[in-house]
Design a protein around this ligand. Structure first.
Ligand code: FAD
Length: 388
């Protein structure tokens, strides 16, 4: 069987569902989305209740992009009638000398005209009594930070994409991609499709999706995890009273107030072992959980309680942790997005940018840092720098 669509989106996780949504808003029924598993599956990177969204970032470029990310989510909230972002405020904190200097964050926000507060340990504990901090710890507080409601956001993108006319197929793995004469043929789930423009949003499967174009990137896939704790002091961790937070050192930990489950959530950033999409498991890594417990025991002891559950998830890391968001070299009708393990907050914006690249071959966003042909992505064994 043969079917034609002008636009095909490969992968309907966080980025692909957003791309299908923004594309269908412009071109309706010309959009086909293909997902290898069931919609909303947990084998990729974008599920669970919550992801951190924040303006506080290490370069002015990311701060500017994050401003636009809030606008993109707000547009989907208006269109879908659902709340998808919850502002809780956000605290970045660390010893005054740390692996991730707070100064790069404050300077980036200064450059981008974003307001924030600098807090000492005493002030942090006065505002949020669960913290137990020594005097050499300081923090940055930014009021717009909060929760991007991940599972709900993906579902909203998919539902609204269908409402705008897109066709979405689950359990339809893309098995072959053949570029020919400016068009692309695709075999997926027993059907052959032809399209004019293709968006690759394949997460940890990105190198398989790029193979037909003769490109392989030095990506590292890691198995990460987050844990919900049944704190006996739940009142102190409600989103009206407790911020999202990031411990800006190596190892780097982060956490959320109570949202989606009956307890706050905590994880370690980029602390998981290297895996492939085949070797990953769904088993919690106990030493990693112990690292989280040790951190909490020291700095937020009243958060600890019985484990509600630990959930595994994949990071697709570029060596510099910057995104890939670009057209594929020599194939201007094919574009790709890879999130570098911190992309969800930008998901709706990334979807909008991908739709602009596909429809207009142009976007106003500065994609310079995210080029697929940047120097570090041309190295086979590049130096890796994940603590940014
Ligand atoms: C534990 C954890 C915590 C995180 N915390 C944050 C955070 O606080 N803030 C933040 O901004 N980001 C965070 N991230 C990162 C963020 O979640 C990811 O960057 C983002 O979700 C990436 O989305 P994606 O669409 O690229 O990948 P995915 O959601 O994995 O989507 C890729 C999709 O492509 C499909 N696919 C692949 N190959 C094929 C094929 N051949 N045919 C059909 N379908 C295919 C896959 O099945 C999958 O559904 C976190 C990630 C993890 C794992």
């Amino acid at each position: 069987m043969k079917r034609d669509y002008e636009y095909i989106v490969l992968g309907l996780g966080g980025f692909g569902s957003a791309a299908a949504y923004w594309l269908s808003k412009r071109v309706g029924g010309q959009v086909l989305g293909l997902e290898q598993f069931e919609l909303g599956h947990v084998r990729g990177e974008s599920q669970d209740h919550s992801r951190i969204i924040r303006l506080s970032y290490h370069t002015p470029g990311y701060v500017e992009l994050a401003k636009q990310a809030y606008h993109a989510w707000a547009a989907v909230e208006r269109d879908s009638g659902e709340q998808l972002v919850l502002r809780t405020g956000g605290l970045d904190f660390a010893h005054r000398v740390s692996a991730i200097p707070l100064r790069t964050y404050s300077e980036s926000m200064d450059a981008a005209g974003v307001a924030y507060e600098t807090l000492d340990a005493g002030e942090i504990m006065r505002r949020w009594p669960p913290f137990r901090l020594s005097d050499d710890i300081h923090g940055l507080y930014q009021a717009e930070s909060g929760i991007a409601m991940a599972a709900r956001g993906n579902a909203a993108h998919l539902r609204m994409a269908r409402e705008h006319g897109a066709t979405l197929r689950d359990r339809a793995p893309v098995e072959a991609i053949r570029p020919s004469n400016g068009e692309i043929e695709i075999d997926a789930g027993g059907v052959q499709y032809r399209c004019g423009r293709l968006i690759l949003a394949a997460g940890a499967w990105s190198n398989q999706a790029l193979a037909p174009f003769g490109i392989q990137l030095p990506l590292t896939v890691t198995q990460e995890q987050v844990t919900y704790f049944a704190s006996p002091h739940l009142a102190a961790f409600q989103p009206e009273r407790f911020p999202i937070w990031i411990w800006m050192d190596d190892p780097c930990f982060y956490g959320f107030p109570v949202f989606g489950e009956a307890g706050p959530k905590v994880g370690q950033d980029a602390g998981g072992r290297e895996v492939t999409t085949e070797t990953r498991t769904f088993e919690p890594d106990q030493p990693a959980l112990q690292r989280v417990r040790d951190f909490l025991g020291k700095y937020i002891p009243s958060l600890l309680g019985p484990v509600i559950y630990t959930k595994t998830c994949l990071y697709t890391l570029t060596p510099d942790r910057d995104f890939v968001l670009d057209a594929v070299p020599d194939h201007p009708n094919v574009s790709i997005a890879i999130g570098g393990g911190h992309g969800f907050k930008f998901a709706s914006l990334v979807g909008r940018i991908l739709s602009e690249l596909a429809v207009d071959a142009h976007t106003d966003c500065n994609l310079g840092p995210f080029r697929l042909d940047r120097a570090i992505l041309q190295l086979k064994n590049p130096p890796k720098h994940y603590m940014v």
